[in-house]
Each structure stands twice: as C-alpha cells, then as structure tokens.
Write a protein that binds this ligand. Structure first.
Ligand code: NAP
Length: 462
C-alpha cells in the first residue's frame, strides 16, 4: 500500500474551480507532483466558463489563478477525455495512485408537478449552459417569442436567468455571451418575468448584490407586492436569530422596490413570494401555470417551511425555467448517494456507501460532487484544500494504493481508442482564437461552441 512520493501520480476529474484548487493544494503540499487534470471538453474551467453569467466578468477573472496552476511543473491537462466512456474509473485507478473526482453537479432537480415535461418548460441550468456556449447545449432552442416567462426559485441562478432575460441586448453585446444566444435574445419578445419564491423574503437564497442588480436594469420595472414583505412570526423569529446579514439586506432592497413607482418600462420582473407552482397547463407546450399561495410556519428545527393554502392563481406564461438547484450524477465505478446527489465521502475520502465508514482507497472528491451544489467559487478552494489535506495524510501514512502501470499507459490507452486528447497548449490556441474573434467586435471573446470546430482549430482535424 505504500509508494515513493517522487513517483506519485494524481488524476483529477473535472477542471472547474474544485479541480484547479485541488491541483493547487497538491502542488503546495508536494511541489512537482505529477497531476493529470482530465476534462471531457477541450476547454477548461467548468462553471466558470459555462455557468458564471457573461455580464459578471470580474468573477471569471479567477481563471488567471487557474492559468498559473496549469503552468506548474508536473501538471498536464487532458482535455476532450470523457471519464466513463473514453476511459473508466477502474482504468484510471490502475494508473494513478490518487484519483480526485471534481466533476460537479451536472443535472438539475425536478419539481415533480404535472406539465413539467411540456415543451417550453426548461431547467434553468440548460438555459445557462446555452447562453454560455456550452457545446452540449449550443443547439438548444428556447421560445423567446413568448410574452411571459416564469423563473421558479430565488437563488442566484434564478437571478442570473431573470437578468439575462430582462437585460437590454445592447449591454449583453459587450460580454462573452454566446453568439447564438445574443441573436436569440435580441429578437426576444419576453416582456414579463415572474419570479416564484416558495418561501418569504427572509428565506430568499439569492445574495444582495445579485438581487440588487435586477432593480438596476435599464428599461425594467421590478414589481414587489408590499404585502409579501409583511413578515409572519416564524420569519420574524428566524431573522432576529440570524447572524447572516444577507436576508436583512435583501429585505431592505425589496422594501425600496415596493415603494418605488413603476415607470411603465418595456419589461417587468414580478416577484411572487410564498408561492409554489402546482401544475403547468398546455397540450403540446406550456400555456400557463397554476401557483398556490403558501403560508410559512416554523419547521421545529429553527427553520421556516412553506405550507400550501387553498388559494391559487393562474399565470399566463409560455416559458418556464426551473431554477431549483443543480444535482450531481453517478459515475460508473464510484459509489453514489442518489438521495443527496453526491459521492458519499468523509471529509473528501470516498466511502463505500452513504452511511459507511469504509473508505475506497485512493479515491477522493471535492467541490459540488462532494458537498452538494452550494456555495460560490471561493467555497471550492476551502473544500478542495480540505480534501487534499486527507490525500497528503494518506500518502504520508502509506495508505494510497500502489499502482502497477506506468502513466504513459494512459496516453497509449487513449491513443489506441483514438481519443484526440487536447493539451493546455491546445486550450491556449483556442483561447487566443476566441479572443481574436471577440476583438473584431469589441467583445472579450467570441466563444467556440462546437467541439469539432475546436478540434479542427487545434489541428486535430474535425
Ligand atoms: P440555490 O441557491 O440552492 O437556490 C435554489 C432555490 O430553489 C431556492 O430559492 C429554493 O427555495 C428553491 N427551491 C428548491 N426546491 C424547490 C421546489 N421544489 N419548489 C420551489 N422552489 C424550490 O441554488 P442555485 O440558484 O442553483 O445556486 C447554486 C449555488 O451557486 C448557490 O450557492 C449560489 O449562490 C451559487 N451561485 C452564485 C452566483 C454568484 O455568486 N453570482 C451565481 C449563480 C450561482 P428554498 O430556499 O425554499 O429551498
């Protein structure tokens, strides 16, 4: 079970923030350690590229840190390699002493209401991936000829989706929003965006800067019903007990909006608190949504829960975005906790099943697939560092498995399977090409959204 640290090899699956921060922590703990960072796309950075809103460029500047990590000795980027199809987890475990899974939370949670599967009802995560030019979603279509849309949930993804729908395209045109999305949004006829929050303003999951942005959009009125801001006793008690100042600040913003006269702007964002969707109507596509009024009460555990009343209301929406959270997916050869949508682990060490303490030697997790889809980019630094602390402790204790095969066999295996592995240098070529395309139109970049085109640009032939 022991190995020479100088010959240690680590594979990290997923090149989002958790993957890069795990690489950084390993490099700090064991300079020069051989790390292969594997991603299924030729383009790195996970949700920093495919999730962070295009009009939030400062958040994306974290990639400068990732660039530095990628140029450290011992680091390789193995892009365009799909773990699970191009190579299995077992094959990786046979070639690397340590495997750190950082593949995030790729799917979305469902509402479980009638009509959810109708055309025009989408996961917000798909819309986000589409406007950010993720190759898997670039050809999706969203019917923006509809006059009214609903966004369900009031987290930061709901803020992003509502803002992108409401924001003037002239402003978005200066961002790296995917070209296909820019064209579609320029022709959008969406005028009303209903934001549906199942609980009250105190429980809204969004952060204040993101909420505030909605009220600062040109040509947009935000509609808040002052009655929604009258707090029930459970919310009053929760607010008073909270150390987090975010809910109080959100409430201040909402009160300011409720007092603000409407301007008759072209677009409206209408907030509905204490409301849950109960069904979507329509035969072939969404033609409306029924929402029910909730009352809030203590959940007996210090929190507040929504309980449906019998008061319902119809909203004539033709487009629905379910923004109720991401969900992790199972990966063959790795235990999975289906209920939580995470790989079961103790402090980052993967265990055989959710309630087990038996670790799977040499296999670790970090990021959303470790702890669930919560937190900002920086949260993953702490999360990945905690995991790597366990990795380093296991290495020191000789508790990572010895591996028989030389690392060159991974290259040979992928070559034999005709997987065109793309390198960090290939990404730099793509990055340059995207920036050059953007420069012509005064944009930070124009994203390449097709994998064959990416491969042809890096010289692999389509
Ligand atoms: P989130 O913050 O967990 O918000 C999910 C929302 O969906 C909550 O309002 C939740 O309400 C609601 N919800 C869940 N199940 C529901 C149901 N069955 N019916 C109705 N509503 C339901 O998730 P997210 O917005 O996907 O964001 C994921 C993470 O990424 C968050 O940590 C977020 O802060 C982060 N993020 C950050 C930024 C940024 O910093 N700019 C941007 C995007 C995302 P309840 O509270 O009642 O459960």
């Amino acid at each position: 079970m022991s190995t020479q640290s100088s010959s240690l090899r680590v594979a990290i699956v997923g090149s989002g923030p958790a993957g890069f921060y795990a690489a950084e922590a390993l490099q700090k703990g064991m300079p020069g350690i051989a790390i292969d960072l594997i991603d299924r796309l030729p383009t790195p950075f996970g949700l920093v590229r495919g999730g962070v809103a295009p009009d939030h460029p400062k958040i994306k500047s974290v990639t400068r840190i990732f660039d530095r990590i990628a140029t450290q000795p011992g680091f390789r980027y193995l892009g365009h390699v799909n773990v699970g199809t191009d190579v299995t987890v077992e094959e990786l475990r046979a070639r690397y002493h340590v495997l750190i899974l950082c593949y995030g939370a790729e799917t979305d949670r469902h509402l479980g209401i009638p009509g959810e599967q109708l055309a025009g009802s989408h996961a917000a995560t798909e819309f986000v991936a589409w406007y950010n030019g993720h190759p898997d979603y670039a050809t999706r279509a969203f019917d923006l000829t509809q006059r009214a849309a609903a966004v369900i949930g009031i987290g930061n993804v709901a803020m992003d989706v509502s803002r992108i729908l409401a924001k003037p395209t002239a402003v978005l045109a200066g961002t790296d929003l995917a070209d296909h999305a820019l064209q579609a949004l320029a022709a959008s006829e969406v005028q009303t965006i209903h934001l549906i929050a199942r609980r009250g303003p105190v429980q809204a999951a969004c952060t204040t800067p993101e909420l505030r942005e909605l009220g600062e959009l040109e040509g947009v009125d935000v509609v808040v019903d002052p009655r929604d801001l009258e707090l029930d006793p459970a919310s009053e008690a929760e607010l008073a007990a909270m150390e987090d100042r975010n809910p109080a600040k959100n409430l201040d913003v909402l009160r300011e909006w409720a007092a603000r006269p409407l301007t008759g702007a072209k677009r409206q964002v209408v907030l509905h608190f204490n409301a849950s969707p109960v069904s979507l109507a329509g035969t072939e596509r969404v033609e409306g949504m029924t929402i029910v009024r909730n009352r809030l009460e203590s959940d007996g555990k210090g929190g507040v829960k929504a309980v449906a009343t019998d008061e319902t209301k119809e909203l004539p929406v033709g487009l629905v975005f379910r923004s109720v959270g991401y969900k992790g997916k199972a990966l063959a050869g790795v235990p999975f906790d289906d209920r939580r949508g995470v790989v079961p682990n103790i402090g980052g060490r993967v265990v055989e099943q959710a309630d087990s303490t038996t670790v799977v030697p040499g296999v670790y997790v970090a990021g959303w697939i470790k702890r669930g889809p919560q937190g900002i980019i920086g949260t993953n630094k702490l999360c990945a560092t905690d995991t790597v602390t366990q990795v380093l402790a296991d290495i020191a204790a000789g508790a990572v498995p010895a591996v028989a095969d030389d690392v060159s066999t991974i290259d040979a295996l992928l070559a034999e399977r005709k997987v065109r592995v793309t390198s960090w240098a290939d990404w730099q070529t793509l990055d340059k090409a995207e920036q050059e395309r953007g420069a012509a139109s005064g944009r930070p970049r124009v994203k390449i959204t097709n994998v064959d085109e990416m491969l042809s640009i890096v010289g692999a032939g389509a």
